[in-house]
Structures are given as C-alpha cells and as structure tokens.
Design a protein around this ligand. Structure first.
Ligand SMILES: [Zn+2]
Ligand SMILES: [Zn+2]
Ligand SMILES: [Zn+2]
Length: 303
C-alpha cells in the first residue's frame, strides 16, 4: 500500500498544526483477523509476554514528523480492560513508562491515549491503547505549558498542584489512594469527564516510581468500572477518550484526562456548534452531582 510521508500542515490563522493523512481512509475496519493476536501466533512476542507494543500499521505520522504505536494490554483477545487485575494494568502502566523513555528521546511530545468504544471509532476489539511521538507540541498541551510557565515566573508555583490541593477530599473528588487523586474539576466539558492527578509533583512517567504506577493502575480500573456501574449498568460500556498529558519540562505536572462520552443511558454528548466551531463548551450537568454519582457507583462496585 502506498505510504506517503504525512506532513504537518500549518494553520496560519489559528497558529497550530494539522496532521494530513489521507492514506488512513483505507485502514481496516471490523476485519476478522486480529493483527495483535497474530503477534502471538507468528511468534513475534514470546509466550511469557503479556503486554507489548505493536507498530501502528496505518500511522498518521512517520519519522521524523512522528511515530505511532499500539499498546497491547493483554494476550487475550476477548478480555475487557475492566476484567484485568491491578497487577495486569500495572504491567501496562510500566510499559507506558518504558515507551515514554524511548519515544521522548526523539520527540518533544509523547501522547499516550485510548479510544474506547465503537461510538467513538474504536476499530479493533483486542484490549489496547495507543501512543504517538510527535515533533510538535499539540495546542492543548502548549496551553497548559504556557500556564505552568506563567505561574512559575510569577512565583505562584504549579497550577496543577493548586487544583489538586483545592479539590482534595472535597465534593469534586471521585477516588483517592496513596499516590493519586481523581476528580471532576468545576470546568469539565463532559458530564463524567474525570481527571487523575498524581499527588506528587512529577512531570512525566519517566520520573514515576513503581508504586505510583501501581496506584495509577488501581485508580484507572476503579474509575472505568465506576462508569460502567452508573445507572445500574445502563450506560455500560461507557465510551471514553483517555489521554495522558506529560512533558519533559520539570515545571509540568503529569495527569490523565478521561472524556467519558455518555451523559445518560442511551445518550452521548457530541461537540456541537459552539463547542466544535468556537471551542466554547457547555456542560449541562453539575460536576459535584456527577462526582457523587460516580463515587456511589464505585462504592457499589467495590461493596
Ligand atoms: Zn486479538
Ligand atoms: Zn504540580
Ligand atoms: Zn491536561
């Protein structure tokens, strides 16, 4: 198949890049053969390997513009993320750290993310996430970095540490363990959008200890299982976008944002005109109330 170098196109009006990747229209959708199971049958991964990286067969970017990988969470095709144990997800978060260490040596941005659910375009069912190394810093990350730099230069310290402290143990909090906190900040765009912060100020996965990665694994499972327990399971499986924001700059504070797309049983939230065309978001729900629903769902799940 033709693989043209995929360019970054500069938008001079918004002053940001767009990835132009026309060849991705041809990517397989819903084919029977699983390319990740093929890694096992072909012997590409050894029998004792449970998590691994698979090069993205339809990468939106190629070196030196960027690189794309698929992160395989389990050998078992039918397993759902929520069926993995904390130890198994810990293997995934440690693989994320290895991946960060490798890719960050070549690119300023390492995007680790997951698109979960057919409603938002997941095409492979084998449990997996993705990762991109990118030669530019995407707009959202750049905006967050600008805030971090402004606050640092004004002597205000880390804005993420401030948010974390303000929301600690309050009505916006959803879950907490020794090393991580999860909450719905007042400014979330989606009703169940959840942000996960490490308690320690740490810029990226390379600087994280094993116990912090284990607590992250436990919290990811807690939150996603909580989503699926909302309305007695009537919204399961909750479609979501999950992304890890991190940078090499030590002033940055690594965190995870999960945009859960469901808003009520059978109903999804879509970015409409004011959101898609102006980037002015409307949240039709109360984050405090949704945080409480999610806390209750998590508690019920663990009872
Ligand atoms: Zn498979
Ligand atoms: Zn911080
Ligand atoms: Zn962020």
């Amino acid at each position: 198949m033709e693989q043209r170098a995929t360019p970054l196109i500069w938008n001079p009006i918004l002053r940001q890049y767009l990835v132009n990747a026309p060849h991705r229209m041809n990517r397989r959708e819903g084919t029977n053969e699983c390319p990740f199971c093929a890694d096992i049958t072909s012997g590409r991964v050894s029998p004792d390997t449970n998590v691994w990286l698979h090069p993205n067969d339809f990468p939106p970017m190629q070196a030196p513009v960027g690189e794309a990988y698929v992160v395989i969470y389990s050998r078992e095709h039918q397993r759902k993320f929520t069926q993995l144990s904390v130890d198994e997800v810990h293997a995934v978060t440690r693989l994320w750290r290895d991946l960060y260490l490798d890719v960050a040596s070549r690119y300023p941005t390492v995007m680790i993310f997951e698109n979960s659910g057919e409603a938002i375009g997941q095409t492979q069912h084998h449990p997996h996430g993705q990762a991109y190394g990118v030669s530019v810093i995407p707009p959202t990350l750049e905006r967050e970095l600008e805030t971090v730099i402004e606050d640092d230069e004004a002597g205000r310290g880390c804005p993420f540490c401030r948010v974390r402290t303000e929301l600690n143990d309050g009505p916006h909090q959803v879950a907490a363990n020794t090393n991580w906190q999860a909450f719905l900040p007042p400014y979330v765009r989606y009703p169940y959008e959840t942000h996960l912060y490490p308690r320690r100020h740490v810029a990226n996965l390379a600087l994280m200890q094993d116990d912090e990665l284990r607590d992250l694994a436990a919290m990811l499972l807690q939150v996603i299982k909580g989503y699926n327990a909302l309305f007695d399971g009537a919204m399961a499986p909750m479609p979501y976008l999950m992304g890890l924001h991190q940078l090499a700059d030590e002033r940055f504070h690594c965190h995870i944002e999960i945009q859960a797309i469901g808003r009520a049983p059978g109903k999804l939230k879509f970015a409409a005109s004011s959101e898609a065309l102006w980037n002015l978001w409307t949240n039709d729900s109360s984050p405090v109330q949704k945080a409480e629903e999610l806390r209750t769902a998590i508690a019920k799940k663990e009872a």
